[in-house]
Design a protein around this ligand. Structure first.
Ligand code: AMO
Length: 438
């Protein structure tokens, strides 16, 4: 794999120091008649030395040929003494902002307005190199567990996660919606005989609020699995997937993590991440709130504040960045969630879970109701009528195994690995209420 500084160093150490490199002009510095140019390519930065002052604008794309020479002071310990310079594309001098400057000092809106420029900064590009590893590792792990990848339509006739968050689309002479989740399709494919499927695709939520954890379009890492007994099988699968993702990010992206001063949890810790039932988690969050604030806690539900408290507890008591909360009450989970038999016939809770990572929910999942008659019986309890569920009923009617699944928000996982303040930083082209450009 390309590493610019290593290539220059290697050429400098070899008998044949002739080298040709190409990339963008990242920075220019003049010192006593000599010009030092920092060249940037996909692998990072390297140093060029010109004896005469070249006519260069920042961000121009150039190709140079020269002699690789050892120099302790250059990045990577070597530099290229330039003999010939070719302009592949001269950049206009009026850059809209200082592209090579510290991104922390550039406003987020400016960064997002100029993605073609902002991702040129190695620290910002690092975010998406890590995201690429997450996506690759998620797929690789699931394939190793006998899952197959599917791609399903994002144009749907109705929603699965609730009607208020759907984007409408004109579809010939009628309205359809952008899919909030591939849940119905992934369940259909489990029942179709595939048994184990995953999908990596955008999901759309017409949520009006603007928060550091919500996008209107995000990448959903979705899994669905047949023949499970409970949500614990899914938690086991997610532990394995996350452990592998973190292992791969640590292996492939140590330089990118370093640019953010970030680290990934150890896979050993991830496979042992604690599982806490909902009722207990609420109590823990309340106790943490009292401890932190020295006042009576008002935590009755797992809201974003409670997520942070539960994660504080998991870190303190288990040394874990990751914690699973399971057995959510029926009222907090969709009607198709499988009830947990508590032995008293009340089934007040469900075989469901969330994963919280470094203070943020990154996953929701659970076992689904797969029994046709039980499903029909459940609908009236949620004030629903069978008429609206033709597709779902067909899915369950002709032989559907016990099954369940989960979805990890790709940008949320990226955000929390790197400690980014806003989820939009982890999306190349984020969509929010105001932004549909670039
Ligand atoms: P849920 O709606 O909880 O569950 O979404 C699952 C995960 O997707 C991410 N996510 C989001 N990320 C960014 N912006 C958003 N607006 C957003 N909404 C959700 C989060 C969240 O934990 N069908 C179920 C999953 C399943 O049961 O299989 C679902 O979509 O990380």
């Amino acid at each position: 794999m390309r590493v610019l500084t290593k290539d220059i160093l290697q050429a400098a150490k070899q008998g044949d120091p002739e080298i040709t490199v190409q990339g963008w002009v990242h920075r220019v510095r003049e010192l006593g008649g000599i010009s030092f140019v920092i060249l940037r390519d996909r692998s990072g930065l390297g140093q060029l030395v010109f004896d005469e002052k070249p006519d260069l604008t920042l961000e121009s794309v150039i190709k140079v040929q020269g002699i690789a020479t050892l120099n302790e002071k250059a990045p990577g310990g070597a530099e290229v003494r330039v003999k010939t310079l070719v302009y592949l594309s001269k950049a206009a001098p009026d850059l809209p902002y200082q592209v090579n400057g510290d991104p922390a000092k550039v406003g987020l809106e400016t960064i997002l307005d100029h993605r073609g420029l902002s991702v040129r900064h190695p620290r910002l590009q690092a975010i998406f190199r890590i995201q690429a590893t997450i996506i690759e590792a998620f797929g690789a792990y699931l394939r190793s567990q006998d899952f197959i990848e599917i791609k399903t339509s994002k144009l749907v006739g109705s929603g699965t996660e609730g009607g208020t968050e759907l984007f409408e689309v004109d579809y010939f002479d009628r309205k359809v919606y952008l899919a909030q989740s591939p849940q119905f399709y992934k369940e259909t494919m489990v029942a179709s005989g595939m048994e184990r499927v995953f999908e990596i695709a955008p999901a759309y939520r017409a949520e009006k609020h603007d928060t550091p954890r919500h996008l209107n379009e995000y990448v959903s890492l979705d899994v669905e699995m047949g023949f499970i007994e409970s949500e614990l099988d899914l938690i086991e699968l997610e532990r394995g997937a996350l452990a592998y993702i973190f292992e791969e990010v640590a292996r492939k992206n140590s330089a990118e993590l370093a640019l953010h001063g970030a680290s990934v949890p150890s896979p050993d810790m991830v496979v042992k991440a604690p599982v806490v039932p909902y009722e207990e988690a609420v109590k823990l969050a309340s106790a943490e709130a009292v401890k932190g604030k020295g006042q009576t806690a008002r935590i009755f539900d797992i809201n974003p504040e409670a997520e942070r408290f539960i994660c504080d507890w998991a870190m303190r008591e288990h040394g874990s960045d990751l914690v699973f909360v399971n057995e959510f009450p029926r009222r907090y989970r969709p009607f198709y969630t499988y009830p947990k038999d508590t032995g008293d016939g009340k089934a007040a809770s469900t075989m469901s879970f969330d994963a919280l990572f470094r203070g943020l929910e990154i996953t929701t999942g659970g076992r689904r109701q797969h029994d046709y008659n039980a499903f029909l019986e459940t609908l009236p309890r949620f004030g629903l009528k069978p008429e609206g569920f033709g597709g779902y009923l067909k899915l369950l009617k002709y032989g559907c195994p016990p099954h369940g699944g989960f979805a990890i928000g790709c940008e949320r996982l990226t955000q929390k690995i790197l400690g980014l303040a806003n989820i939009k930083e982890a999306s190349l082209f984020p969509r929010d209420r105001k932004r549909v450009e670039p």
